[in-house]
Design a protein around this ligand. Structure first.
Ligand code: C6P
Length: 420
């Protein structure tokens, strides 16, 4: 049985119709209409996702892969159909190459445990970069401390891009893994994978891409990228929280060790030993988030119906406008690459003389939601020599009028704190 794809008829990209799918955007914060610019942290969900998740729990809810009764078979079909949709979305060769996880963080940890612990030895090098999210730093530091691998960083340049010349010297014959973000959450920098992946492949290294920020905002094709692992989260791409995915090449998954042990991931269990189920079940121990998978599937239906090229074009236009508009606000310094084409819809900034937390709090009184802090990217903050930034991040439902609301509110923040 299949769930019918909800109607998404917004071609050409029709922002007003899209916004009607997100009732939360009508919320008022105090007496101001919400301007939600914290999409890099988590996106909002359209009614189509909410409705199909409710329908799953209302009409089909059961545990999967376990029962012969009708509801269990329906729930299993819906779960596996969601896997096929997500596989198509990233152009995987086989649906089994999608492992459902809780989020990007769990996906990367799965690789560190299931692949790293099996295939990496003392002295092997893992190369990451200075602009990684903590999720793509800490698991490798833990593995370094446990196994004696060597962790190397591609440095960031002052404009937030990576130093590719340095990368050429860092990636070498000892490199066994390049684990790299496709888009920085702290600066928006789009990383040139077309340059870095061949550098790693030349030395026979595997490549893991942290797609937490790229998969929601850019067309992503794992076969064209020629990488080995891709980690991403549903909640940043219109889907539910507690849901994510790891895509990896089938042969690699087949050779890897399981991450967690328990129900559903085994073939046989005796008192002495156990044998593993085939991929993907081998990596999905315990009762999975079935409702979450259904919602994730509908989220990618929604994005596919709009077209990821159209999503990206909308965000480039909006980011270009925001860079100019915010750049005109007295006292604002914008971090990261100068042009909208080189970044995702993320703008990290500081307002002279005002702590980013104060900026965020006053913006909230204007109904404008931005994130403030180190954005789980403390090495980026250290490189910028700032303790924190304020960050506005856009998605497919944001408008130039909302950018204006941000800019006007920022001007008021500057006046309020006497900076301008
Ligand atoms: N960044 C942000 O506000 P999880 O939390 O596992 O879904 O995603 C982790 C993660 C990994 N890599 C990148 C590039 C990310 O941006 C994130 C999440 C959020 O920027 C929350 S810290």
């Amino acid at each position: 049985m299949t769930i019918t794809t909800p109607e998404v008829d917004h071609q050409p990209f029709d922002i007003e119709r899209i916004r009607r799918d997100f009732p939360i955007l009508k919320r008022e914060i105090g007496d101001r209409q919400l301007v939600y610019l914290d999409n890099a942290a988590t996106s909002q969900r359209p009614v189509q996702v909410l409705a199909e998740m409710t329908r799953f729990y209302r009409d089909h809810n059961a545990n999967i892969h376990r029962g012969v009764h009708t509801l269990s078979v329906e729930a299993t079909d819906l779960y596996e159909e969601a896997r096929r949709k997500i596989a198509r979305f990233v152009n995987a060769r086989r649906a089994e190459e999608i492992i459902f996880t809780r989020n990007t963080t769990e996906s990367i940890n799965l690789v560190a445990h299931g692949w790293g612990r099996k295939f990496l030895e003392a002295g092997d090098e893992v190369v990451i970069s200075e602009i990684e999210h903590h999720s793509n730093i800490v698991p490798w530091q833990m593995l370094r401390d446990e196994r004696g691998i060597v962790l190397k960083y591609i440095p960031m340049q002052p404009d937030g891009t990576l130093d590719l010349e340095a990368a050429r010297n860092i990636i070498g014959p000892k490199t066994k893994l390049l684990a790299i973000t496709a888009m920085s959450n702290a600066l928006g920098t789009i990383v040139p994978l077309d340059v870095l992946v061949p550098m790693a492949k030349e030395h026979g290294a595997k490549v893991l891409v942290d797609g937490a920020q790229s998969v929601p905002h850019l067309p992503v094709d794992v076969q064209a990228l020629d990488v080995d692992f891709l980690a991403f989260s549903a909640h940043k791409m219109l889907g539910p929280t507690g849901m994510g995915a790891l895509w990896a090449r089938y042969e690699i998954l087949d050779a890897m060790n399981p991450f967690m042990g328990g129900g559903d991931m085994i073939l046989t269990v005796t008192m002495e030993r156990s044998t593993w189920a085939d991929v993907p079940a081998k990596f999905e121990a315990g009762t999975p988030n079935v409702g979450g998978a259904v919602g994730f599937g509908v989220a990618v239906d929604y994005l596919s119906a709009l077209g990821m090229d159209a999503v990206r074009a909308h965000e480039v236009e909006l980011t270009d406008y925001a860079l100019r508009r915010l750049g005109d606000v007295p006292g604002v310094t914008i971090f990261g690459p100068p042009s909208a084409e080189e970044r995702g819809g993320v703008i990290s900034f500081e307002l002279e003389g005002v702590h980013p937390h104060d900026v965020g709090q006053v913006l909230d009184t204007h109904g404008v939601a931005v994130r403030t802090g180190h954005h789980c990217a403390q090495p980026v903050m250290a490189a910028l020599t700032v303790p924190a930034t304020a960050r506005a991040s856009f998605y497919l439902y944001n408008t130039p009028e909302e950018v204006d609301r941000l800019a006007v509110a920022l001007e008021e923040v500057a006046r309020f704190f006497g900076g301008a």
